[in-house]
Design a protein around this ligand. Structure first.
Ligand SMILES: Cc1ncc(COP(=O)(O)O)c(C=O)c1O
Length: 349
């Protein structure tokens, strides 16, 4: 039996034995009545980390983002999103279905939409234009390759939007990685946004769950929207216990993932048969985007790796993606890089 190294995503981790024990022993109650002590504890714990007034546990990152859109917009509004955003590419057009809003996609180099471009995209108040009610940015940015948006940039966007009375939402599915990499605390990022959505099921390694953060009024409304979307759960403290365990034990491991991602990128780039295609030309966090050279087809590369028990997947625009997480060790990273180089060499012949 060969050990498979799975680098498709940081969502493929499985709960550890210790996490499972914690989940099994969780004190639970009916969360629809607000009576699940573990859910309440997790919500307070995360609200404290981000220094936001309130937090709500929801099943997924998509639901968390969509609830944020629902509470900040009204039907017929327009929201500004980055062209490569998860909201635009991977949420099955939910903003149009759930909130009845259209997305105005504005391109950027690696996730930071230039201020002038945001300003130009905001609609003037003529009656025939939709109303721009919300801007969303992603931290870290998935499709650009886990890129980190700078605090200074976020501060300037936030100031501009406050002046214009436009709300600001952060899809912070991987904001934990940004914090680990920069040493900037979650609340410093969060204070620039009206709402922040964070995932527990990406690099932190909890089996499920995301949390939406905002002020009391946002979260009161969010609770209603969670119910509308069928995301109200009962003894969900079992899941929250996994999230709490992940925060307390796995958050500190994120820097290893970044180290491994950079090691992998360096080793495969040295082959001369591929280049690293992260949008800012470097590996900021745990995602590596690979562009094959010498006519090697990405799907053939994926297949050759798979034959050698390494799983990687397609990323943006004809590139391949490898994502690092705490269940891939540095030894496995080196092994994965050797397999990838061997696969490229076979295909280059
Ligand atoms: C940036 C970003 N936002 C949101 C999500 C959605 O999370 P979920 O899969 O929990 O719905 C993902 C998932 O990969 C993501 O990468």
């Amino acid at each position: 039996m060969h050990n498979i190294i799975d680098l498709r995503s940081d969502t493929v981790t499985k709960p550890t034995e210790e996490m499972r024990i914690c989940m099994a022993q969780a004190d639970v109650g009916d969360d629809i009545y607000g009576e699940d002590p573990t859910i309440n504890h997790l919500q307070e714990y995360i609200a404290d980390i981000f220094q936001k007034e309130a937090a709500l546990f929801v099943p997924t990152g998509v639901m968390s983002n969509q609830i944020a859109l629902a509470i900040h917009t009204k039907k017929g509004d327009e929201i500004i999103v980055e062209s490569q955003s998860h909201l635009f590419h991977y949420e099955t057009s939910a903003p149009s279905i759930i909130s009845g809003v259209q997305m105005y996609c504005v391109p950027s180099q690696y996730g930071e939409i230039p201020l002038e471009s945001i300003s130009e995209a905001i609609r003037p108040p003529d009656y025939y234009f939709p109303t721009t009610s919300l801007v969303c940015l992603e931290q870290t940015h998935n499709r650009h390759g886990g890129t980190v948006l700078s605090l200074e940039y976020l501060q300037s966007v936030s100031e501009m939007l406050k002046e214009k009375e436009i709300k600001f939402h952060c899809d912070g599915a991987r904001i934990w990685n940004a914090c680990a990499e920069t040493g900037i605390s979650p609340h410093e990022y969060a204070r620039n946004f009206d709402t922040v959505s964070v995932c527990l099921s990406k690099g932190l390694g909890s089996p499920a769950g995301s949390v939406l953060l905002g002020n009391k009024k946002h979260i009161e409304l969010a609770r209603k929207w969670r119910k509308i979307l069928g995301g109200g759960m009962r003894q969900s403290g079992i899941l929250a216990a996994g999230g709490l365990y992940a925060l307390q034990h796995h958050r500190k491991l994120l820097n290893n993932d970044h180290h491994n991602a950079r090691l992998f990128a360096e080793m495969i780039a040295n082959s001369g048969l591929c280049t690293i295609a992260n949008s800012n030309q470097k590996v900021d966090t745990n995602i590596v985007i690979i562009e094959c050279l010498q006519g090697i087809k990405p799907l053939d590369f994926i297949d050759e790796c798979k034959k050698r028990h390494l799983i990687i997947s397609m990323g943006r625009s004809n590139c391949v993606r490898a994502v690092f997480h705490f269940q891939v060790s540095t030894d496995q990273t080196i092994q994965a890089a050797q397999i990838a180089v061997e696969a490229l060499q076979v295909l280059a012949q």
